[in-house]
Design a protein around this ligand. Structure first.
Ligand code: GLY
Length: 384
């Protein structure tokens, strides 16, 4: 389905929302709760585990729209907007919470070791050039000089504007900043159903119900497991497992994020390195596996042979929430207009959390309909 949805679906009255229940305390739910609370709404956020304990805890925190959407299209447009507001969102949060975050826009290197890989990089470079985005082509010897730790590769593309952030730390900071703005975080309540009772919305959990004038559903991979009054089918969100390694590096570290065909690597200042990530259809199985760990170990040793001297610290797994078209689902429900979806961020939850929070707060508090909803509306999948 394409465009032309009635994005004006709303309550008969257009009074701004003030009393909002956010379902899900992952990076997206916490960003939404923070932004709403900061802008004066009364917010409750509910999850059956603590803030950032789902997919967020297994994220490498990459901010890399050009790696995630190398062919352009609507995902790239949305992801670029996500990146554009990151500096100001982080600055605002750090100021508000009086903290510093591990946030780096030190660029990323994508390496190619095969002819097909070089052709793919050349294509990405042309997409970047068409958008006026800086990128530097490195040949084998440039790359060797820049990152001697890497195994020889045919070429690489350096994209200076990309980077990474500590996703778990960001999520915890947003949750506590939201609390300081009066939000209430309710842990340990599994949401079963969202319904409307007169003018109120109710969120029914296994431990009782919450009420508000609006509900934001940001439950990641579990978004389709929550029944919504008036909606027959589950929201089409599928969990896609990603496993991630944490290593303690020994010897010279990489200087920035590196992507290869088989893995990506994020070096932290403390000498630890994150290596991600598998892409697996494993249902709701959140375990790490020998096969997943083996795959990532082999990929990182191939990319940077000195990885074999690193110490294994941990492996983590998380479930990325994917819609069939891999675009996020952000926008008002047609079945229950006081329900707003904020889910299916798939590989870009960290990158898109601030943007999601801003457009939802603009919608709920200022009645502003962002043009992005045209692409991200739940209505593209039917009457949700
Ligand atoms: N954004 C990287 C991943 O999902 O693995």
């Amino acid at each position: 389905m394409t465009g032309n949805f009635d994005l004006n679906v709303r309550f008969q009255t257009v009074a701004p929302s003030r009393d909002i229940v956010v379902v899900g305390a992952g990076i997206v739910g916490c960003a939404v709760a923070y932004e709403l609370a900061r802008r004066g709404a009364s917010v409750e956020i509910i999850d059956d585990r603590g803030a950032g304990m789902g997919a967020t805890q297994a994220s490498a925190g990459m901010l890399a729209p050009f790696n995630e959407a190398p062919d352009g299209g609507p995902l790239l447009d949305i992801a670029l907007r996500g990146l554009e507001i990151y500096d100001s969102f982080v600055a605002q949060l750090c100021d508000d919470a009086a903290v510093t975050l591990n946030y780096r826009r030190s660029g990323t290197l994508e390496v190619a070791r095969t002819d097909a890989g070089v052709a793919r990089l050349a294509h990405t470079q042309s997409v970047l050039a068409a958008r006026g985005v800086d990128a530097e082509w490195l040949d084998r010897s440039d790359l060797r000089r820049r990152e001697p730790t890497l195994a020889p590769s045919a070429a690489a593309l350096f994209i200076p504007s990309q980077g990474f952030i500590g996703a778990a730390e960001l999520t915890r900071t947003m949750a506590s900043a939201a609390r300081r703005h009066g939000a209430r975080l309710i842990e340990h309540g599994r949401v079963k159903r969202i319904a409307r009772h007169g003018d109120e919305m109710s969120v029914v959990t296994d431990r009782g119900s919450l009420t508000g004038d609006t509900v934001v559903l940001a439950a990641g991979s579990w978004s389709g497991q929550i029944s919504v009054e008036g909606v027959d089918a589950p929201l089409p969100v599928t969990p896609i497992r990603g496993q991630l390694l944490q290593l303690q590096w020994s010897g010279p570290l990489l200087t920035r994020v590196v992507w290869s065909e088989r893995c990506y690597v994020v070096p932290w200042d403390d000498g630890t390195v994150l290596v991600g990530a598998t892409v697996e259809d494993a249902g709701f199985d959140e375990r790490t596996t020998v096969a997943g760990v083996q795959e990532l170990m082999a990929a990182v040793c191939d990319l940077a042979p000195s990885a074999s001297a690193a110490t294994f610290v941990a492996a983590r797994a998380g479930l990325r929430p994917a819609a069939p078209d891999h675009l996020p689902i952000i926008g008002r429900s047609s079945a229950l207009p006081s329900l707003i979806y904020a889910t299916a961020h798939y590989r870009n939850g960290v990158l898109l959390a601030p943007l999601t929070a801003r457009v939802i707060a603009d919608l709920l508090l200022d009645d502003r309909i962002d043009p992005m909803f045209e692409q991200t509306t739940p209505m593209r999948f039917g009457a949700f």
